[in-house]
Design a protein around this ligand. Structure first.
Ligand SMILES: [Zn+2]
Ligand SMILES: [Zn+2]
Length: 185
């Protein structure tokens, strides 16, 4: 377990206050199709599995009109050595979660999901982000300017500034827990 990913931090408490928990009913029996929210968040989890970060594996999926636009996970720039191979200075120096991101070679999942869309010339304005974690403040700034309208996240992140900026931006922030299902159609 990574430091800071538990529900005890101040940031997490703020997240609980400012975001609304998505609720829905699980349907039993043959209707085992995932809801759209489950579907996209489970893709985000799968994407996170490709992460090369030593500390926290994050996956992000951008969606518009129930279609995936792009995906991203955290790792070093394409073609460069990953923290997995050569180690990470943040890890070496024991930097706390949520701090001194510039010391790591990796891009964040939320940065990579925007960059992948740009790479292929896909407009992301008014799209929805499904992310395994709450974005940090650096990614939040980018997501605001990219015109993202709503963010679903599963786990918190110790960054008060990002919560403040998300609130101020008017982006809808929704915590989607693993046992909660969302709309079916
Ligand atoms: Zn690193
Ligand atoms: Zn970030």
């Amino acid at each position: 377990m990574n430091p800071g990913s538990k529900g005890t931090s101040k940031a997490w408490k703020i997240a609980r206050r400012t975001s609304e928990k998505v609720t829905g009913n699980r349907r039993a029996g043959r209707d085992s199709r995932p809801s759209w929210d489950e579907y996209f968040m489970s893709i985000a989890r799968l994407v996170a599995g490709r992460s090369t970060c030593l500390r926290r594996k994050v996956g992000a999926v951008l969606v518009k009109d129930k279609r995936v636009l792009s995906t991203g996970y955290n790792g070093a720039p394409a073609g460069l050595k990953h923290c997995l191979e050569i180690g990470c200075l943040r890890e070496k120096l024991g930097i706390k979660s949520g701090q001194r991101h510039e010391l790591c070679r990796a891009l964040h999942a939320e940065q990579n999901v925007l960059i992948q869309a740009a790479y292929h010339g896909i407009a992301v304005v008014d799209s929805v982000l499904y992310c395994t974690n709450l974005p940090c403040s650096i990614c939040t700034k980018m997501l605001i300017n990219a015109g993202i309208r709503r963010i679903y996240y599963e786990e918190g992140y110790p960054d008060d500034m990002s919560l403040e900026m998300l609130k101020e931006s008017g982006i809808e922030l929704l915590e989607l827990s693993r046992d909660i299902k969302g709309e079916k159609d």
